[in-house]
Design a protein around this ligand. Sequence first.
Ligand code: 5AD
Ligand code: SF4
Length: 450
Amino acid sequence: MTRKLFIKTYGCQMNAYDSARIADVMAPHGYSLVDDAMGADMIVLNTCHIREKAAEKVYSELGRLRGVKEARAAQGSHLLIAVAGCVAQAEGAEIIARAPLVDIVVGPQVYHRLPEMVAKIDRGAAQALDTEFPAIDKFDNLPETKSAPGPSAFLTVQEGCDKFCTFCVVPYTRGAEYSRPVAQIEVEARHLADLGVKELTLLGQNVNAYHGVGPDGEIWGLGRLIRRLAKIDGLLRLRYMTSHPRDMDDDLIATHADEAKLMPYLHLPVQSGSDQVLEAMNRGHTVDDYKRLADRIRRARSDIMLSSDFIVGFPGETDADFQATMSLVREIGYAQAFSFKYSPRPGTPAACARKQIADDTKAERLSALQDLLREQSDAFARRCVGEAIDVLFERPGRHAGQLVGRSPYLQAVHARAPDTLIGQVKRVRITEVKTNSLAGELSQPCAVVN
Ligand code: 5AD
Ligand code: SF4
């Protein structure tokens, strides 16, 4: 009997990867993935705990699901509800206390045990909870992906974080840094390439801290791993995220210079442009370190563009600190960036700091920063007009005869092109900037491209 599984993913790409793997884990047990919660037999909320808003969204969703579950019970069937991901890890049994409709709470390190937990509920248990950090490798217990994820896929190579930035829950929810062995990653990458994947984004909370065991028994860094994966036929593009400025070593920077498959786009969060704030955040680098690093990366690969994350309103942040962030943004020039109001997270050191910033100040700073970042990303998009840019076509566009793909800088690009070009990289001349995308034309007429 097949049962329908619906997974709702919150937060980062690591969760998107985990959701795909949860589907892989459940498939052999008769669960097929559907893209609508209505009519599903099992709903998994794969959650994010990074900011308060993200965590609260989960409880709102559970509130909405209560009626659905009750209606289903009135018809004599059971809707299984599981909470996975970082809220599950951070709050554990608290979730069931607050939302008793939840059947299963499963942490990010043990979702390979989900089938056993479902079986336990099927046998009549009221609830099942597992938020362990087991010593055995979850990745050894995950089945192979069976269905093609499309031309672009994620592959988690590293998990966890030992940096303990004072605002961040990740070291608590995802645990200590762990790097998967090179051989295990290579098998998964080759398998994805066989399924038609052309672009791989290597993921990790601290991906450039990667230090996995290589086939030679030595410890390999991320640069070496990337050069190895770049040898896989069929893979055309490689990316990685998210990186910490402290872990950009010479070899990784050199890989940007030497490896054509590595895209010239790097997410390198700085969080703040003030040394005092960076110090209070325990980031372990100064503004000057970051600027010099950006310089070295640009010298290695002149067409590289950077993106970043910023937090405004960190405890103690003065107007001058905030202006220093604005200056750094002006100096570096980002293609794109994410910015957030500081959100105190339970259990993290900064949450107890005395000088919390008022919400209206945070809101003002965020809006000024976002205006500046938007100006920069708009200017970058305008600079692309007239350029011929390589686009990996991923899927049909909204209009007939049109495809959508990604530029090396992850911009969405629309162009008139036949479906046969899905999964191929083609040169597109950019003609126009749209709201959240670029429009262009194939540089060569369709008849001669293939
Ligand atoms: N408040 C606001 N933003 C945060 N981030 C992490 N923790 C917090 C927090 N407590 C942001 C950082 C990080 C991104 C993933 O989320 O900018 O790089
Ligand atoms: Fe969080 Fe800092 Fe680790 Fe990034 S480096 S996951 S912000 S603790």
